[in-house]
Design a protein around this ligand. Structure first.
Ligand code: G3I
Length: 457
């Protein structure tokens, strides 16, 4: 496989830990006392999403970071950011061979200082190409595109969780064809070539295909992207995720089969992300539905809205966002937060606090500390576990999961993984002596985590 050199699942789980630790940071700042998995209602979008093992992000225009009203909302509410324009090709390579990372680096630094995850947008796109690239074709363009992918992904290596490697490569309408563009004219394999170059440059970033109007499962464009992802997975092209932009503005509406679309892509073995959400006039129902649909699909990793206040929107006349121009929360904000806070609605069955069968083990003492397991909430497809360490203030605890179960999120510790991905060593990270994790059952509802050891220091 093209991505065989990647540590299996490592970056994804690390990210999950980051998501939750970011939320803990936000909560600490806000003075709230909410632990992941607890029944308390989080008071911000990012913190609430993190409790569900997800992120809630926004597009950011770097120029607005000087606006304190904007930055106050950004820092309080969101735990993920996407550069609205600053990582596009024309912004990063205005002249061939001359890279301009200033604004993008500023956003990354801001995000890192706030514990926010960064989505890179976008490495290869028919639009927002600098003039020198617009005029290119054939092998020259292909090589210039691949060089851009390599240079940019290398520059940001280790700082980007997900790259929109290729953006908007399919045509609208009923054709199901690729969009005509100078990149498409270099050969149909330009997309997979971009993904391979991105993987080589940054093996730990998740690589996404991102597009709009792929929300309705019945649309030819959705089906065409689905077939491409299916093909890529079958041939080992390194793709990890699909981004549904979900601009329900202009002429597009939230489709009632949106959840089917999310779960169908996820069933191909990729994560799904809602990457550029905005909805004309911000109706509470549609915003609530989008959140519930994401929460219902385990591989839906998070939601990014395309701007903070209506006045920040690329379609500001439609007032499509969660905050009004004065920075006040709109009814859609309340609907989203409530949906996130209530978001334990599982695909099947209701949450219960008792594991169906098999209790978690309490580990043998030894190694200078003791790790005690407390079962957490159980849903139809996953369950939470807390582990409390006594006898040491710094420690590492080894936890084994029975395949096909898989840990999908962790909090309040720093995890590393063995090569199978099923043995996690959780180290203290200053977040206290209780860490937790979510385990996907993947068809095995009886196995429970085994604590193998607890070692002080
Ligand atoms: O910054 C210049 C300013 O100096 C100049 O005076 C002005 C004159 O037109 O242009 C300004 O740049 C504009 C830029 O937004 C910043 O406001 C560009 O013209 C304008 O084309 C650009 O539009 C962006 C658009 O992508 C095109 O790249 C929008 O902000 C941005 O929200 C939008 O985002 C896209 C996603 O990347 C992909 N999916 C669709 C989404 C919405 O179109």
């Amino acid at each position: 496989m093209a991505n065989s050199s990647r540590a299996p699942g490592r970056s994804r789980r690390l990210r999950a830990a980051l998501v939750v630790s970011a939320a803990v940071g936000l909560l600490a700042t806000a003075g709230a006392v909410v632990l992941p998995g607890s029944a308390s209602a989080a008071s911000t979008l990012g913190a609430s999403a993190a409790e569900r093992g997800r992120y809630f992000g926004t597009a950011v225009a770097v120029s607005r970071l000087n606006d304190s009203a904007y930055t106050t909302i950004l820092n309080r509410e969101f735990n993920q950011v996407t550069a609205e324009n600053e990582m596009k090709i024309d912004a990063l390579q205005p002249n061939q061979g001359q890279f301009n990372y200033g604004n993008a680096d500023r956003l990354v630094q801001h995000a890192r200082s706030q514990g926010m995850l960064v989505r890179g947008h976008t490495l290869a796109w028919h639009s927002q190409q600098p003039g020198w690239m617009q005029n290119m074709s054939g092998t020259t363009l292909r090589n210039a595109m691949l060089n851009h992918v390599t240079q940019v992904a290398t520059h940001f290596r280790g700082q980007i969780e997900w790259w929109d490697v290729v953006n908007e490569a399919f045509a609208d309408g009923s054709s199901g064809a690729r969009r005509d563009s100078n990149l498409q004219r270099t050969g149909n394999d330009w997309i997979e070539a971009a993904f391979r170059a991105a993987r080589q440059a940054d093996p730990n970033a998740d690589l996404c295909y991102n597009d709009y109007n792929i929300d309705n499962w019945n649309d030819a464009k959705t089906q065409a992207v689905y077939r491409m992802v299916q093909d890529f997975k079958s041939r080992g092209v390194p793709i990890d995720c699909v981004g549904l932009q979900s601009h329900f503005t202009g002429g597009s509406n939230y489709p009632s089969n949106y959840r089917t679309t999310l779960s169908s892509f996820a069933a191909l073995g990729v994560d799904v992300h809602i990457t550029e959400l905005d909805i004309r006039n911000a109706p509470t129902d549609a915003y609530r539905n989008v959140v519930n649909d994401c929460l219902a699909v385990a591989r839906c990793k998070g939601i990014t809205v395309w701007g903070i206040r209506d006045s920040d929107s690329w379609r500001s006349s439609e007032n499509p966002l969660l905050f009004n121009g004065s920075g006040q929360k709109k009814p859609a904000y309340d609907a989203v937060l409530a949906a996130l806070n209530n978001g334990t609605t599982p695909p099947t069955g209701n949450p219960t606090t008792t594991p169906p069968t098999g209790n978690p083990t309490t580990p043998p003492p030894g190694g200078g500390c003791t790790a005690t397991v407390t079962p957490g909430q159980v849903w139809g497809d996953r369950y939470n576990t807390s582990v409390t360490v006594s006898g040491a203030s710094t420690w590492s605890v080894v936890v084994a999961i029975t395949a096909p179960q898989k840990i999908s999120a962790t909090w309040s510790g720093s995890p590393t993984w063995d090569s199978s991905g099923n043995v996690m060593t959780m180290r203290s990270n200053g977040s206290g002596n209780t860490f937790g994790f979510t385990t996907m059952m993947n068809g095995n509802s009886s196995a429970r985590p085994q604590i193998r050891s607890c070692t002080a220091g």
